[in-house]
Design a protein around this ligand. Structure first.
Ligand code: G3I
Length: 349
């Protein structure tokens, strides 16, 4: 009932959400109803990651991913595939040869190609955009020392894009990362994108995950990153957004982090957010959406990393068992007041 996010952003950019398994299987009916009403794009939170799609070499499991894609088609959504090449949630066999040693560069390329080709071909023309490579660059701009990098060097990234492009020439292809506003990371990602483009390898977008808190990043440094990425000649996707309302534990020394006092300090709002924090959190969302609207010519999609607070991975990260309030819908499947305010922003000139 009433105005929806999907309608409000119709002529601006796609507005999306991640879907977890109970949503893909449509057993969580309430949040599935929200997804159908409110969102124009979907991405799978987990079920299209390589450990689930290819748990054993050559043995693919597509049941969940098939359901996810069918749901998106049935509801006329812009369907995103997440993610083809990532060092995490990757099956153990991927880098290991018969003798338990690291595979050769040739074999790793073959495995990457086979995984990408099989998955992208299956959903050719239906999944409209792929996070081809996820989280390969560090905050200081160096390459993450993953097995992909150790065995193939920087080339593993262009190779992945090339394989994806060959499998579905019409799908949009993205590089996706977190802490995406760090200047060192921005510079290296831009360099990488330009390098691929100059070699005729298509890259359509950079994904800014946007797992943010109340204080970090500053809205100015975040906006600068949007502008900088777009200047490399790609679209910007906001791919995994949520705003944690909880204090960040980063920088706490390990020896105090197990104490009861510390756990309580890290999880202060188990009975709901105090009004002042709620207001701060709401304003923070509005600040981000103002920036998205201001740069709507650069932005293809804004995706939230889940529907309701109950489902958010932030309840268990970076401290386990917390009560966080990062998403747009509450634990009773109700839209928070901020949803109306975000919709209102789209009407301002
Ligand atoms: O599949 C097992 C299940 O069998 C088991 O019963 C259950 C018990 O904990 O765990 C299940 O695995 C969980 C998996 O999600 C699937 O639900 C893992 O414990 C859990 O750690 C894993 O977390 C996911 C995380 O990626 C893994 O790195 C989160 O749900 C997901 O939100 C998160 O998403 C990532 C993006 O893909 C990339 N960017 C960062 C983002 C947040 O970490």
């Amino acid at each position: 009932s009433g105005a929806t996010l999907k309608n409000a952003f119709k002529n601006k950019f796609y507005i999306g959400t991640a879907m977890n398994l109970p949503q893909v299987h449509e057993t969580d009916e309430k949040s599935v109803g929200i997804i159908k009403n409110q969102f124009s794009s979907i991405v799978a939170e987990n079920c299209m990651k390589s450990m689930f799609l290819q748990p054993e070499e050559g043995k693919f499991f597509f049941d969940d991913a098939d359901k996810f894609v069918a749901f998106g088609e049935k509801n006329k959504m812009f369907i995103i595939g997440h993610t083809l090449i990532w060092h995490s949630q990757l099956p153990n066999w991927f880098f290991v040869d018969k003798d338990g040693k690291d595979v050769s560069a040739e074999i790793l390329k073959q495995r990457m190609k086979n995984h990408i080709t099989t998955v992208v071909t299956r959903y050719k023309g239906r999944v409209k955009g792929w996070d081809v490579v996820n989280e390969a660059i560090m905050e200081d701009g160096s390459y993450r020392k993953s097995k992909f990098y150790e065995i193939l060097g920087e080339e593993f990234i262009p190779l992945a894009f090339q394989y994806a492009q060959e499998a579905d020439p019409n799908a949009e292809l993205y590089y996706n990362d977190y802490n995406e506003w760090y200047p060192g990371k921005v510079q290296t990602v831009i360099k990488m994108v330009k390098n691929m483009k100059s070699r005729g390898i298509r890259v359509d977008g950079v994904g800014m995950q946007t797992h943010v808190g109340l204080d970090t990043p500053s809205i100015n440094e975040y906006e600068k990153a949007i502008v900088d990425y777009a200047s490399a000649g790609v679209k910007v996707n906001i791919t995994e957004m949520e705003i944690s309302a909880l204090p960040s534990p980063w920088g706490t020394s390990a020896n105090i982090s197990d104490t009861v006092e510390y756990q309580a300090k890290m999880n202060p709002y188990t009975k709901g957010l105090p009004e002042n924090v709620k207001a701060e959190w709401e304003n923070r969302y509005l600040d981000f959406f103002r920036i998205f609207l201001k740069h709507q010519d650069k932005i293809r999609r804004v995706t939230l990393w889940g529907v309701t607070d109950a489902q958010s991975w932030k309840n268990d990260f970076p401290v386990k068992g917390r009560t966080d309030y990062p998403l747009l819908f509450d634990r009773n499947d109700q839209a928070k007041p901020v949803v109306k305010k975000i919709i209102q922003l789209t009407k301002e000139k």
